[in-house]
Design a protein around this ligand. Structure first.
Ligand SMILES: [Ca+2]
Ligand SMILES: [Ca+2]
Ligand SMILES: [Ca+2]
Length: 208
């Protein structure tokens, strides 16, 4: 009986720790506000510290197939933490939330963004590379221009298909222009992630 209780306790512990996991970094907030109020939030929902030095944002403007690369600072991002990159000409209230500034954070609604590892390995994406949607992508919730878009907490894996149809309502909630209140924090509710994570493997093995 004690052994069963122990097993159940271990199960709860392991299952609990798996809840917060994403498989890699995610884009969790997109700010396309007034003037130069542009920002992106990157979230480490894994259980490991990640050095951002191998990651970059690749910006594909207006349907272009040639990106402009925005390297992330080579700093360690703790599990559960976010990294906010802001246009250096943004207003003070937004700049105050920046972990990094870069003048190439200057998308204006119709530009696709890819979070890449080692330059070419796709980790996540926003928009549809190769498509000029006009002024913005849109869905019932709003558009990718003059809005803040926040990734749904149910999203646990990046969008690694960069050139398929982009429906922002599937993975984002919409806020008014110049809403900055969500920057600097994110929670992913990822109970379903774990089929290939080590914790789940140990758990399965223990029940064989
Ligand atoms: Ca553009
Ligand atoms: Ca896609
Ligand atoms: Ca956020």
């Amino acid at each position: 009986m004690q052994r069963l209780i122990l097993l159940v306790s271990v199960f709860c512990l392991l299952a609990g720790s798996a809840l917060a996991q994403t498989n890699d970094l995610l884009i969790t907030e997109y700010v396309e506000g007034s003037g130069n109020n542009k920002a992106l939030e990157i979230y480490n929902g894994t259980e490991d510290l990640i050095n951002l030095g191998s990651y970059s944002i690749e910006r594909y403007s207006n349907g272009s197939l040639t990106p402009v690369s925005i390297p992330l600072d080579a700093v360690d991002l703790q599990a559960g933490e976010t990294w906010v990159i802001v246009n250096p000409l943004a207003e003070a209230a937004l700049l105050a939330l920046a972990d990094q500034t870069d003048g190439n954070i200057n998308f204006n609604g119709d530009d696709a963004l890819v979070l890449a590892f080692a330059g070419s390995q796709v980790v996540d994406s926003f928009g549809r590379v190769g498509e000029d949607p006009g002024d913005y992508w849109s869905c019932a919730g709003g558009t990718t221009q003059n809005h803040t878009l926040r990734r749904l907490s149910s999203i646990c894996e990046g969008d690694t298909v960069i050139d398929d149809e982009f429906d922002p309502c599937l993975e984002y909630s919409f806020f008014a222009s110049d809403v900055f209140t969500g920057l600097g924090h994110h929670i992913a509710d990822c109970g379903a992630v774990g089929n290939n994570n080590p914790t789940w493997g140990i758990l399965k093995a223990s029940f064989r």
